[in-house]
Design a protein around this ligand. Sequence first.
Ligand SMILES: Nc1ncnc2c1ncn2[C@@H]1O[C@H](COP(=O)(O)OP(=O)(O)OP(=O)(O)O)[C@@H](O)[C@H]1O
Length: 305
Amino acid sequence: MENKIVVKGVNNSFKKNQVLKGVNLTVKSGSIYALLGANGSGKSTLLKIITGLHAMDSGEVFINDLEITHNPRRIRQTFSLNSQTTTTDEILTGFENLQLIAKLRHLPNTDEVADKLLAQFDLTEARDRRVATYSGGMQRRLDIAMSLVGEPEILFLDEPTTGLDPKSRNDLWAAILDLKQRGKTIFLTTQYLEEADQLADQIGFLQNGHIVATGTPAEMKQLGGHSRLQLIFPTTDAIESAQKILLDFNMSVGTDGSLLIDLTDGVTTSLKALTLLSNHDIPISSFQVLAPTLDDTFMQLIKEA
Ligand SMILES: Nc1ncnc2c1ncn2[C@@H]1O[C@H](COP(=O)(O)OP(=O)(O)OP(=O)(O)O)[C@@H](O)[C@H]1O
């Protein structure tokens, strides 16, 4: 797969505050890249630099192998930026909003373009309603539909689901995955670990001005630690006895009183622990293996900073 976006050594400061310190990243064509980072880590600044809205102090950004500062016009036609502020006109209907953008872009068949996008984002039923009557999720879908007028190859989404309820968030995730199926390359920023987990092919974790970790969601979860065996006991006596017997294991007590055993060597550790408890007749209510999550990685990376 060819590289669609390449960021090399990007630096940026606001007066004495150096926000980006040599950021490097690569986005493959037809993939979804999620830029994760805490509040104020510089996600929006980097997005603005890549899309040419903000000048960088030094570094290079290539889109389709063209350096952005030397080819701004040509590159601008290949992507669309969906920022957190809405671009829709609430007085107009969904159809009229899309039709207007299609006309501004001098597209032929503006009605057809508008109807196709309404269908793609599950808004056909609300076609002739004023946008003021749309729910937050519908407005966000229409916003993204507006970005797609003219079929850009690349879509930049700045925190696309912030403020949406779980159902609307799921609907939007489905729409974003559908765009990937249609061959679009998507670069999004998010603070939601679950969003990155659900959508991204690659995650970049921005911290202290650098991409400190990058990989697939599965690879990123591994950085957070090992799987853990969670043991739940019926009585406090059983917990105390188990703690004495399992002293040689890397163990911690969960907030709910369960015992958590770090599975350094996977299944073998689980079997050893369960066999020991069984041999000592310690009753267990239930047990399960907890896989590492992106939250573990996030906390681990923040701890290491
Ligand atoms: N125009 C500006 N002038 C001065 N400082 C700025 C400006 N824009 C951003 N900053 C600072 O740069 C840092 C990074 O901001 P940025 O908005 O890029 O972070 P972010 O990761 O997108 O945060 P959030 O998740 O809260 O949106 C912050 O310390 C912010 O205060």
